[in-house]
Design a protein. Sequence first.
Length: 173
Amino acid sequence: MLSSERLAAERPSCTRPWRSGTLLADAGEERMVDSREPCPECGAPAVDGLGCWEQLGALLAWEGDDPELRAEHFLTVAAYNLQHPAQFTDAALGGLCAAFIERLDRGVATVELRRRAARQFDGPTRVLRKPSERRPVLRRWRMTIADVYLPEQPAGAADRVRAWAAAIRAELS
């Protein structure tokens, strides 16, 4: 079994896949994002006036009625966070990226990935950057939350999440 650090080292794209793009804000600058504008991190358009965060919330709400979608919760949250990395430390993103790859490439069970993350990021270990240290960078992805959250169309959402995860995985290679 590979450790997260070793897996990240073996896949250089996993160490900082989120660092290419256009810097949108200086450190310390806090900016409200207008949900009618494209996302400043992933470039996704608003959907029915919902920004990325709200689209994620709606998708997660569907999990309550859809066991197949609920089973993909890790992929949903990991895909979103990999495309919205500014708030996370490099160590947290590296661990998430390694876990994401292990899930997709090796079929490692989500319960095992959660156990490892809990051990790695337990106690005083920070996973979030201080707001003054966050530097949103625009990176346009082939597929975003806007391709997964289709208003009033929860049917097929699990398939769309898996396609989203596969698209991100391909871009991390």
